[in-house]
Ligand binder design. Structure first.
Ligand code: GUN
Ligand code: ZN
Length: 451
């Protein structure tokens, strides 16, 4: 099996252009250009060119997942250290781990493992926080490019001495800005870079000085980069900006010029109505991290309300605030927590007052958010099977013996919900980014026709 640039692929394609539904392209041929973008989509009955990758009927092609919130350096503690609240967890476990990325050998090994695992798990695009270290951040960008993952990579800015350890922070606001600028330039200068972008990344307001935040705002205006940060994640984090500025995170970030159409705000659990309106009017996006919020968020993000107010939302795993690297898990958890929000959680409360009505969302909406929604939040041509969009896709093997999808004879295209609920990694036969084959599962790949 090889890449698909300049070739076509025939099979059943399922994607989610809108919330709450999928579109099935049954027995279709997708033509991929040399640039890795979809050129054209046509029914197979109109003709299948020589050299087309022809999939067996138990395969289904879906868009690759877009993970809007990953702390790349935290992968070694995935599934560990979830026993403390956010502000304690950061100092006790997370900053000491991230400080180790000054060692480039350690960084190379951990980042290589992460990117390979995410590709095999179906994450074709990731929005990454790296660490404060300039060189290790550039290393992560290079690893993504070499392994073929579409990625947005940010050097973390955290310069405030009172909240950051001496051995793990930017030396000064000026150094933080200079290093951020250098990383942006280095990523943009990577040879043959058609898929890795730089991101301006103030960790969150509690770890940054006003000078650093203002300097990064000016850098955004100058470089037209993406921006990412944490916003109103927990009661403590939400209260911090209010104490410091008498403003919410959203208002303060906007004041520093950090709330743009290319900004992604992680968590955002405690956005006020006027924060939501501000996020919407700026065209910024939210990375909803349902699993992580169960540990650190203190509440459930009102996703449906945010969607109904017109916010751009995608999903994030928040490795390692959430103990799973899988976007399938993120989508499932998104549905589960929305139902808990709707019904409420304390059985001693009355049925009438226990929950928040009209809060649940369905799995197809979660699938939309995990794919097209992430693409919209990042303003990239990804997450859909449409001419002009990159061919970032997963071949799902609904019959893999080592997998957990059991359709009992049903057609995969009719069972997208069952597939999304029950799939595990062995069901992902192959992962493509920009038409390039970037991961494949040996069991499933062996059953693919040789081409
Ligand atoms: N807030 C500031 N830093 C972090 C982090 O690393 N993870 C999470 N979940 N929240 C944060
Ligand atoms: Zn985070």
């Amino acid at each position: 099996m090889t890449g698909l640039r300049g070739r076509a692929i025939r099979g059943h394609f399922v994607h989610a252009p809108d919330r709450g539904a999928v579109e099935v392209l049954e027995d279709a041929v997708v033509f991929v250009g040399e640039d890795g973008r979809i050129e054209r989509i046509a029914p197979a009955r109109d003709g299948v060119p020589e050299g087309t990758l022809d999939l067996p009927p138990d395969r289904l092609v879906i868009p690759g997942f877009v993970d809007l919130h990953v702390h790349a350096p935290q992968y070694p503690q995935l599934g560990l250290a979830l026993d403390e609240p956010l502000e304690v967890w950061l100092g006790k476990y997370t900053f000491p781990l991230e400080a180790r990325y000054a060692d480039l050998d350690f960084a190379r090994e951990a980042y290589g493992r992460l990117v390979k695992d995410l590709l095999a798990g179906g994450t074709t695009t990731a929005l990454y926080f790296a660490t404060v270290h300039r060189q290790a951040t550039e290393l992560l960008a290079g690893i993504c490019l070499n392994l073929g993952q579409r990625a947005l990579v940010g050097k973390v800015v955290m310069d405030l001495a009172e909240s950051c350890p001496d051995d793990y922070r930017d030396a000064s606001p000026a150094a933080a800005i200079a290093d951020s600028r250098a990383v942006i330039e280095a990523i943009r200068a990577l040879p043959d870079n058609d898929r890795v972008l730089p991101v301006i990344t103030p960790r969150f307001i509690p770890s940054c000085s006003d000078e650093a935040l203002a300097g990064l705002g000016a850098l955004v205006a100058e470089c037209a980069c993406h921006v990412q940060t944490h916003c109103s994640e927990s009661n403590w984090a939400h209260g911090y900006a209010i104490d410091r500025y008498g403003k919410t995170d959203t208002e303060a970030l906007d004041g520093f010029g950090l709330l743009t159409r290319n900004t992604v705000l992680a968590h955002s659990v405690f956005l006020t109505d006027s924060d939501m309106d501000r996020v919407r009017s700026r065209g910024a996006g939210v990375a909803h991290c349902a699993l992580s919020n169960a540990y650190f968020g203190n509440a459930v993000f009102p996703l449906r309300k945010a969607l109904e107010r017109g916010l751009n939302v995608g999903l994030g795993t928040d490795i390692s605030g959430g103990p799973s690297a899988s976007m399938l898990e993120a989508a499932r958890m998104t549905v589960a927590v929305s139902r808990m929000l709707q019904d409420g959680v304390d059985p001693d409360d009355s049925r009438e007052t226990r929950g928040r009505p009209e809060s649940r969302i369905d799995l197809l909406t979660a699938f939309h958010l995990a794919t097209a929604g992430g693409g919209i939040a990042l303003d990239l041509d990804i997450g859909l099977f449409r001419p002009g969009y990159y061919f970032d896709a997963l071949i799902i093997d609904a019959a893999a013996e080592a997998g957990t999808i059991r359709l009992f004879g049903a057609q995969p295209a009719d069972r997208i919900e069952q597939i999304l609920y029950t799939a595990i990694r062995p069901n992902i036969a192959a992962t493509y980014v920009g038409g390039d084959l970037v991961a494949h599962n040996h069991e499933s790949a062996a059953a693919l026709p040789r081409t």
